[in-house]
Design a protein around this ligand. Structure first.
Ligand SMILES: NC(=O)C1=CN([C@@H]2O[C@H](COP(=O)(O)OP(=O)(O)OC[C@H]3O[C@@H](n4cnc5c(N)ncnc54)[C@H](OP(=O)(O)O)[C@@H]3O)[C@@H](O)[C@H]2O)C=CC1
Length: 313
């Protein structure tokens, strides 16, 4: 079966592969300060992804503790750099590096790279214990410097609200290309109005934890119309439940970022463009998803206060 790949156009003219099939956080994440063991399993999983045809989009971050595994996999892979799309993120919450310039330079050196394809500010939340008086404005200016130097081909943000983005736009010479947020059928707005705002302002949204409804499947799921409908679509198209949900995210104009410890699920994620949900099916999934209570897995301390507004289209 030949591979169909899709790309989103970013506001700076660059293209981005429309799914990231191997995130290196979540199940692979190593808590800073804890006893870290090198994960051969992650190396094998990234190498497996890199052995697949087409452009492979990897999602990484300074705070995941998984640069060593990514570095090894990149070194041992024969895929040309031009067929690898790497996203990295600067952490405003950890003590690893002082600012994005130091952060990206350290990341590039550790990973053996000259540039990343996309560099993001991981969150708008600064831990003053580690970041002193670092401000959002200063961090964005550093991101712009890295962009102009060609070390980051595109730049953006993650977990930003409308207010956070507007703060940046006041001082920005370069508009963010991407906002990576938590998004799934049970969390259709991480923060109030963020999806509409980014889509209107040509800031590409990325969805992490797009499979939240499967990760946290309720015990009574077989009684819920949402899950029955996914099963119906999965059997109509001969696809898995995960593929249906990832295709739905794509059809909402949002780039899904997934990961798996299973090779078959990595292949399945790459093959979500071999079929396409109809507009009615996309709308029905949106509607049935909105009937469920908000499911937020990350950044809960900051954003649980928005749960009642998170399930608005
Ligand atoms: N910017 C940010 O703040 C954040 C960014 N991220 C990024 O996004 C990436 C992906 O996030 P993640 O939440 O893992 O993405 P997903 O929602 O795609 O979840 C992937 C997980 O779901 C499991 N899964 C897949 N299919 C099923 C199924 N049918 N039933 C039950 N479980 C299933 C997988 O398990 P299995 O291994 O068994 O296949 C895997 O652990 C991260 O690795 C990271 O790179 C994530 C969180 C925050």
């Amino acid at each position: 079966m030949s591979l169909t790949q899709k790309f989103f156009d970013l506001n700076n003219g660059n293209q981005i592969p429309s799914i990231s099939i191997i995130g290196t956080g979540t199940r692979w994440f190593k808590r800073p300060g804890s006893e870290h063991t090198f994960s051969d399993e992650l190396v094998e999983q990234i190498k497996y992804a890199l052995s697949l045809p087409g452009i492979i989009h990897i999602d990484a971050a300074e705070c995941y503790g998984t640069y060593p595994e990514l570095a090894k996999a990149l070194k041992e892979s024969s895929k040309p750099r031009s067929e690898i799309f790497i996203t990295d993120k600067y952490s405003t919450q950890t003590k690893f590096t002082n600012d994005p310039i130091e952060g990206l330079n350290t990341g590039l050196k550790t990973l053996g790279l000259d540039y990343v394809d996309l560099y993001l500010i991981h969150s708008p939340f600064f831990d003053p214990e580690f970041k002193g008086s670092l401000t959002l404005e200063k961090v964005w200016k550093d991101m712009e410097t890295l962009y102009k130097e060609g070390k980051a081909k595109s730049i953006g943000v993650s977990n930003f609200s409308v207010k956070n983005i507007e703060e940046i736009l006041k001082i920005a010479g370069i508009k963010p290309q991407v906002n990576q947020i938590e998004f799934n059928a049970f969390l259709q707005n991480q923060t109030p109005g963020i999806v509409n705002y980014c889509q209107k302002n040509n800031i590409q949204l990325e969805a992490y934890s797009p499979l939240g409804p499967l990760q946290k499947r309720p015990e009574n799921s077989n009684e819920l119309p949402f899950y029955n409908y996914i099963d119906e679509l999965a059997s109509k198209y001969g696809k898995t439940d995960s593929q249906i949900l990832l295709n739905w995210v794509y059809n909402r104009g949002i780039l899904p970022i997934t990961t798996s410890s299973k090779t078959q699920r990595i292949i399945d994620a790459q093959n979500i463009f071999s079929f396409n949900l109809t507009k009615d099916e996309v709308d029905t999934l949106t509607k049935l998803g909105l009937e469920q209570p908000a499911l937020r897995i990350y950044w809960t301390n900051f954003y649980d206060k928005y749960n009642s507004e998170a399930q608005a289209s």
